[in-house]
Design a protein around this ligand. Structure first.
Ligand SMILES: [Zn+2]
Length: 223
C-alpha cells in the first residue's frame, strides 16, 4: 500500500513542497536573527525624536569620515570639557576641524546644550570620532555643562536621560551594561563629574532605566 502511494506522488508536488520548506526555513531564520541578535543597524529607517536638530558635519577625514557604523552595541556619554559653551559652538568646532589645520580627530553623534537642545552632527549610520576603540560600535553623546566641575545642569541632564533611553529602546540596549562613560573606554576623566562621583553615574543609569521602562509601558498601554 505504502509502495503504491509513493509511486503516485507527483514529482511537481514534491518539488513544490521542497521549495515551500526552503522558503519557510528562510523566513524563520530571518525572524530569529531579528529577534535575537539585532543590535545591528536599521538606522537608515530610524527617525530621531523631534527635539533633535540635525546639523550634519561635512564629510571629512577629521570629524566625519563617512565610515559605516555597522552595529550599535552601546552609548558613550561625554562632557564637552569647555564650560559654558553651547551645543552649536561645539558642533561648529567639530566642523572647523575639517580644515585639517588643527590635526585633531574629534566629533560626536549628538551634542546636548545647556537649554536641553540637541544637535545631531553625524548620522547613526556612520561612526563619529569620540570614543576611541568603541567608535565602531557605539553612539556618542557630548553634554555641555555650565562650569568646570562638569556637572550637567537640569535641562541637559534630563535631555541626556531622555535621549539615552530612546537609543536604548531603538537599539535594544541595556542601560546598566551598555551605557558607559568615555572613562570606561580609555580611563579619560570624561564625563568628569560622573567619573569623580560614581554614585552620580549610578544614579544617571537608574534614571535612564526608569525612563526606558516608562516608555515601554507607555507603548504597551497605547499600542
Ligand atoms: Zn569624552
Amino acid at each position: 500500500m505504502d509502495h503504491c502511494r509513493k509511486r503516485r506522488l507527483n514529482p511537481r508536488f514534491v518539488i513544490l513542497c521542497a521549495v515551500l520548506a526552503a522558503l519557510t526555513a528562510a523566513v524563520i531564520a530571518v525572524g530569529i536573527s531579528k529577534l535575537l541578535g539585532d543590535r545591528a543597524l536599521p538606522a537608515e529607517e530610524i527617525s530621531v525624536p523631534d527635539y533633535v536638530e540635525k546639523d550634519y558635519l561635512t564629510v571629512n577625514e577629521w570629524s566625519r569620515p563617512g565610515t559605516p557604523l555597522e552595529k550599535i552595541q552601546g552609548v558613550v556619554i561625554h562632557y564637552v570639557g569647555n564650560p559654558g559653551t553651547t551645543a552649536q559652538a561645539n558642533r561648529n568646532y567639530f566642523e572647523s576641524l575639517s580644515s585639517g589645520t588643527e590635526e585633531v580627530y574629534a566629533s560626536s553623534h549628538f551634542v546636548i546644550g545647556l537649554e536641553g537642545e540637541v544637535i545631531q552632527c553625524v548620522p547613526l549610520t556612520e561612526i563619529a570620532y569620540a570614543s576611541n576603540s568603541r567608535n565602531d560600535d557605539t553612539v556618542s553623546i557630548e553634554v555641555c555643562h555650565p562650569d568646570e566641575t562638569g556637572v550637567f545642569n537640569d535641562a541637559a541632564y534630563d535631555r541626556c536621560v531622555e535621549l539615552t533611553a530612546w537609543l536604548c529602546r531603538e537599539f535594544r540596549l541595556k542601560p546598566e551594561e551598555d551605557v558607559i562613560r568615555h572613562y570606561d573606554v580609555t580611563g579619560k576623566l570624561c564625563p568628569l563629574y560622573y567619573v569623580e562621583d560614581p554614585a552620580a553615574w549610578e544614579s544617571f543609569l537608574a534614571d535612564v532605566s526608569e525612563a526606558l521602562a516608562a516608555a515601554e509601558e507607555e507603548s504597551q498601554s497605547h499600542p
